[in-house]
Design a protein around this ligand. Structure first.
Ligand code: ADP
Ligand code: MG
Length: 332
């Protein structure tokens, strides 16, 4: 059997099964955006790691080293945000081809440092080794939060509204611009920027963590459709998504119109927006969204609702059911 036959998530399930039973009571490991280690009765440590491989996650000649440095940390901080945590430190491991320019690596570190400084996350360590040809970047981030505030994927309830913190599909639009060699500049460039320099929603995540009405939360890394399925599987629910409610930037709408791309496919199946997706008690929607808007000067977006059922997602456009063909990013 080849790994492509079982896929990334089939493989993760296989290894989770092998290690089942080793986990002490109270700890949570594989299956959420971060692992959770109780430290005291009140607080837990959070830990997450992500790997970026040249030509899989990035094309070295299409982005600036500063952007790759920024993004490598951002995708990990986003997993801390997804649990509602505060980031406390990062570890950076690099496998570097020997012909690589030190100036390029300095640029990488400048970008990594820019984001570290923004959220006051110190670099605590890492590892450096030679790589035969491709650059490989692994980042690990630690965080913390009060146990009662940490948000998981398995705690969504039927009837909850599904909400997100911002626009979907911009990053996927930017990736299409790069892959199809479309001239950059103007609106295209803005989308490419969102692909190369995603912003981790740390402040939003920590604020949402304070809201009891937020039941489940995760970050959108692989694409809304694929990521939402994790909440559905973990919580044992189904969902209904209203496509006309998806938050779409005017840049994405314009570029999609110009190049005849299906904007809903990009927003639903495209990855790497790093917005937060969360489920919210419908009774609290008005109060939470009003308060959120006054704190962050931007709205929360409601996309749909969770229902009882077995992990299905139903897409509606103005109440008519629609079939979308796109899938989230699959590694195998
Ligand atoms: P995210 O996109 O939030 O980083 P992933 O989809 O990459 O999460 O991973 C899903 C879950 O599987 C996470 O809990 C992650 O820690 C775990 N996981 C992924 N790959 C491995 C691996 N090789 N060994 C152990 N756990 C893994
Ligand atoms: Mg995640």
């Amino acid at each position: 059997m080849k790994i492509k036959d079982i896929g990334e998530f089939g493989f993760i399930e296989r290894l989770a099964e092998k290690f089942k039973g080793l986990q002490p009571e109270g700890q949570r490991g594989i299956g959420d955006d971060c692992a959770v280690y109780p430290v005291t009765n009140e607080r837990s440590a959070l830990l997450t790691t992500d790997l970026l491989v040249e030509n899989i996650h990035f094309l070295r000649d299409r982005l600036k080293p500063e952007e790759l440095g920024y993004k490598s940390l951002a995708v990990n901080l986003s997993d801390i945000a997804a649990m509602g945590g505060k980031a406390t430190g990062s570890y950076l491991s690099l496998a570097i081809p020997e012909e690589m320019e030190v100036e390029w690596l300095d640029g990488f570190m400048d970008g990594y440092r820019e984001l570290s400084e923004k959220y006051r996350v110190p670099l605590m360590g890492g590892d450096t080794t030679r790589s035969p040809d491709m650059l490989v970047v692994n980042v690990c981030v630690t965080g913390e939060q009060e146990n009662r505030l940490i948000k998981y994927r398995h705690t969504a309830l039927a009837g909850d509204l599904l909400c997100t913190t911002g626009n979907l599909g911009d990053s996927a639009g930017g990736l299409q611009v790069l892959l199809k060699d479309i001239p950059r500049g103007g609106m295209q460039e803005l989308l490419v920027q969102r692909h190369h320099k995603p912003e981790p929603a740390l402040k939003e995540g920590a604020w949402l963590a304070q809201q009891d009405a937020v039941h489940a939360m995760m970050d959108l890394s692989d694409g809304m459709d694929s990521d939402l399925r994790h909440i559905l599987k973990a919580s044992g629910l189904s969902a209904e998504i209203c496509l006309e409610k998806l938050p779409l930037s005017k840049e994405l709408k314009r570029v999609c119109w110009e190049w005849r791309w299906n904007v809903y496919e990009l927003a639903v199946a495209g990855g790497e927006d790093y917005q937060l997706l969360f489920s919210l008690d419908p009774q609290a929607f008005e109060a939470v969204s009003r308060e959120y808007e006054s704190v962050f000067q931007k709205p929360l977006y409601m996309l749909g609702q969770l229902k009882t059922g077995i992990g299905d997602i139903q897409y509606l456009l103005h109440e008519k059911e629609i079939k979308l063909t796109g899938e989230g990013f699959r590694h195998f």
